[in-house]
Design a protein around this ligand. Sequence first.
Ligand code: TIU
Length: 222
Amino acid sequence: MMVDLETALPYPFAFDPAKTALVVIDMQRDFIEAGGFGETLGNNVSRLQVIVPTVADLIALCRTKGIDVIHTRECHLPDLSDLPAAKRDRGVPSLRIGDAGPMGRVLVAGEEGANIIPQLAPTAQERVIDKPGKGAFYATRLGDHLAGKGITSLIIAGVTTEVCVQTTMREANDRGFECLLIEDATESYFPAFKAATLEMIRAQGAIVGWTALFSQLKDAWH
Ligand code: TIU
């Protein structure tokens, strides 16, 4: 049965739970905890910690409803063969991707920092997609996974709003998915960038997709 989220912006968002997945983007220690990739870039990572309880509630709701929960992690192979020089050499971080830091090698699969934070740990049944880019469709099996399950709508959460979340949402939109971003389940190191991203996603008649608060989704989903 369809769920009609009448309070979504810019206009009501209807979805069939049988064809909907939750995608939780990059809720990793490297972005959310001190000593990880986010902090090496000069960011105050504590800003991202405020959404953790809401993301946990969103995951719990989706598990209760029986919809597919997918987690992504931005990270690279230990030999860095999937890390373009352009990404490694960008900017003046305190540590570069692949360097040894307090949570292991920065943004490398298998290291502590690349793990999803314990509060949001995936279950053994849930798919975890490791991705070398900002978008979750680039160089991953996500598209095949969703097609195999007949998924047409995505509920999206995670960090950071204007980088990996927005890139993934635009990739999904171009692939024909209807996308709903949960406003209080996404966060940025830059409040103005989060606000601008929410606005640009839903502008022009949902040019990229819809947004709603978690409480609004919960209230609509009986
Ligand atoms: N730097 C920043 O805001 N984000 C990233 O590098 N990756 C994600 O957004 N996951």
